[in-house]
Design a protein around this ligand. Sequence first.
Ligand code: NAD
Length: 354
Amino acid sequence: MIKNRVVKVGLIGLGDMANAHRTMISELDELKLSALCDVNEDLLNKIGDIENVAVEKRFNNMEALISDGEVDAVISIVPNHLHARVLELCIQYQKPILAEKPFTLNFEEAEYLKSLYEKQPIPCMVGFSYRYTPSFRYAKELIQEGKIGKVKHISVRYLQSFGAPIYDVPFLWRFDKAITGTGALGDLGAHMIDLARFMIGEFTSVSAMVDTFVHERKNPVSGEMQKVDVDDYASFLAVLDNSIPGNFVTTRNAIGSGNQHEITVYGDFGTIHASCERPYEIDVCIIEDKEVQSSFETKPVSESYKRQQLEDFADLILGKKQEGTPEFFDGYQNQKILERIIESAESGRTVLID
Ligand SMILES: NC(=O)c1ccc[n+]([C@@H]2O[C@H](COP(=O)([O-])OP(=O)(O)OC[C@H]3O[C@@H](n4cnc5c(N)ncnc54)[C@H](O)[C@@H]3O)[C@@H](O)[C@H]2O)c1
C-alpha cells in the first residue's frame, strides 16, 4: 500500500470529462498527474504539453500505462465499452483505479469483473460524482438525523436537453449501443440510482419503461443517417429498503434543463428537496406545529459539506478510506439495477433486483 507520499496518477481517455479530473488532481497535494493515455495522438500531445507530462509517459496503449512501474494509480475516462477492460487490467496489475460511470457496458461484464475482483481486490472507486454535491450531502445528513421523520417516498429526476431534436446532435458514441450500453438510462440514470442508494438505501424491485424519441442521427463522418439503438428517456418506479417507494425519470430531451439532477425526499413530518444546480442551498419544509401552515424554506448549505471527489480517491489509496466512498460493489450493484430496469421495460413486468 502507498503511504505518506504523493500518488502518481495516470489518466486514460483525455476527452471532455478528463478536463474535470485534471482540474481536481491539480487541486490536491496528494495526487500528481504523471502519465497520460489516449488513442488520439494530437490530443495526447496537446494535453501532455499543457500538463508537462514527460514524452515517455504519454501512451496510446492503456496496458502500457497501467503496467508502468511509475504509475501508482489510474483514472479511467474512456467510452463505456472500454470500462471493463481498464478495470480488468487494473486488477491484473493491482493498480488502484477510479473508473468513470456507468460501471460497465452491461451486467455480464460486471459479473465477470466481480469474479476477478473477489480473488484480487484493489482500491477501486467509481465516478459517482454527485455523492460530492454539498446539497445532497447535507440532505442525507438531515434525513439520517430524522429531521423529516421516517422517509415515506422519494422522487428523483435527472434531465438534460442536449438530445432534443431541435439541437440536431449528430450520431455520437453516446447513441451507439455497442459503445454506450444504454442511452440516458446508463448515462444519467446511473447517477440517479447511485444518489438514491447513497441517501436512502438499497433497491429491491423496479418497474420501468424506456423510449427513444430521435430514431436516426447523422453520422458526422459519413454524413449518412444512422439508426439510434438506445433510449432517450427512461422512467421507473422502484421499491427501496424499508419498502420506500420512489419514482425516477431521466431524459436528454427536456428543453430548459441543462443538467437538472434533483431529489425530493418526503418524510412523516417534513420534506427535503435538493438539486445539483443549487449545490449550496436546499428547500426544506418541516412541520413543527400542525396547527400552523408550513411552507418550504430555502436554507443555505455550509461550505463544510464540500468535499472533492478525488480527496476520497487519495484517501482510499492511502489507506484512509472515507465512509460513503463509492467503491467496486457500488458500481457492480448499480449495473445490476440498470440491467433489471431494462429487463422490466422489455417484459412489462416488475422485476426483483436479487
Ligand atoms: N461522472 C460524471 O459525471 C461523468 C460526466 C461525463 C462523462 N462521464 C463518463 O466519462 C467517460 C468519458 O466520457 P467523455 O465525455 O469524456 O467522453 P469523450 O468521448 O469526450 O472522451 C473519451 C476519450 O477516450 C479516448 N479513447 C477512446 N478509446 C480509447 C482507448 N482505447 N484508449 C485510450 N483512450 C481512448 C477518446 O479518444 C477520447 O479522447 C464516459 O464513460 C462517461 O460516461 C462521467
